[in-house]
Ligand binder design. Sequence first.
Ligand SMILES: Cc1cc2nc3c(=O)[nH]c(=O)nc-3n(C[C@H](O)[C@H](O)[C@H](O)COP(=O)(O)OP(=O)(O)OC[C@H]3O[C@@H](n4cnc5c(N)ncnc54)[C@H](O)[C@@H]3O)c2cc1C
Length: 388
Amino acid sequence: MKTKSVGIVGTGPAALMAGTVLLEKGCKVVFFDQKKAVARKFLVAGNGGFNLTNDEELIKFVSHYNSETIKDSVRSFNNTDFRVFLSKIGIETFVGSSGKIFPLKGIKPIEVLKAWQDYLIHLGAIFKMEHVLNDFNENELFFESKGTINVYKFDYSIFALGGFSWSITGSDGNWLKPFSEKGIQCKKFEASNSGFELLESEFLKDYAGKTIKNCKVFAGNEEKFGELVITEYGIEGPPIYALNASYREGKTIKIDFKPSLTETLIADKLKKAKNTSEGLRDLKLPKVVIAWLKFTLNKEDYQNKIKLAETIKNFQLNVSNLRPIDEVISTIGGVDMNSINETFQIKNFPKSYCIGEMLDWDAPTGGYLIQGCVSSGHAAANSIISHS
Ligand SMILES: Cc1cc2nc3c(=O)[nH]c(=O)nc-3n(C[C@H](O)[C@H](O)[C@H](O)COP(=O)(O)OP(=O)(O)OC[C@H]3O[C@@H](n4cnc5c(N)ncnc54)[C@H](O)[C@@H]3O)c2cc1C
């Protein structure tokens, strides 16, 4: 059988996993990227603690994705499969807090990337850097590189061009317009996994960096537990990221600062204390929360134990915005999931595939983003391999 050739545009985790599967099955693979070096955003993710995937059981794991196609790909190449692969290239991992999976302590993000790239080069991968994708058709990819246009022919193409945040890493979303012009349905990018800008940010500034542990953030029936961090602009943390979609839907976001106690118990404790300040301290609420309650409530409500207890359990966030899109962890928007089939093949370009964050799906941080990217790459590569 003729060796299949595949051009992969992008060198993020989605691209690297697609290339891995193809090279292991004997395909000829050339990677292209507009940056000088590979996987810049993968390294940025590494700087904040390299949360590669999550140890959660699969049923719960896939519930974090809003796309059936991504869910299916994660079922086919799951968190355990990814860990086994990482181990194969010499990157051992461990399960940290809340099930997050990291490289073993002492292994730097650049070492993970190098181990993966070395493995690909050993299998025969070619990397062409500083190649900006300009255009494509069924079998050809057109790149601008150092002032010249280069055309490459492949049996198949895989696009793994990323989302639209941290554009310095190369994920600049400039491909959105040309893709739309080719009749591939695309949606505008929006921020995801973003902190909330708050109306009272000026007041909160003095508390920037302070954490609020063990609280519940909720909107309607959706609730997330965890730790929050006060920032210069407002508030961030995993529960906030997880409720970005609720905010986009226009829902009111609230915090329960004391989920372990009922409202009645809180009110009783407050009534027993000498004064409100002592009562709040007895509840072991962080200083920032106490100050925030005082700032928010008028004097009368602050002294009213029932009203105060109710506010501690239902503290409404005055969200003014998500962060500017270039600063957020991930984006939604990009290629509409209806433009691809269940194997990530573009419906009106059957020799081409889209994978990773360039597709319009959403998931929280905690390892689910990288896992979704590598699983989609795995699925697309297997589809190419299965074609006769
Ligand atoms: C601060 C931060 C922290 C994060 N932390 C985590 C985490 O802990 N866990 C987690 O799961 N995820 C995390 N993420 C998200 C994760 O890094 C991304 O979801 C993931 O890198 C997306 O992978 P991808 O392969 O789809 O695309 P990307 O990694 O974005 O790669 C896309 C590539 O395509 C190239 N490209 C784009 N356009 C062109 C073009 N026209 N021509 C040629 N090349 C082009 C780019 O240069 C880039 O290299 C984090 C992200 C950020 C920003």
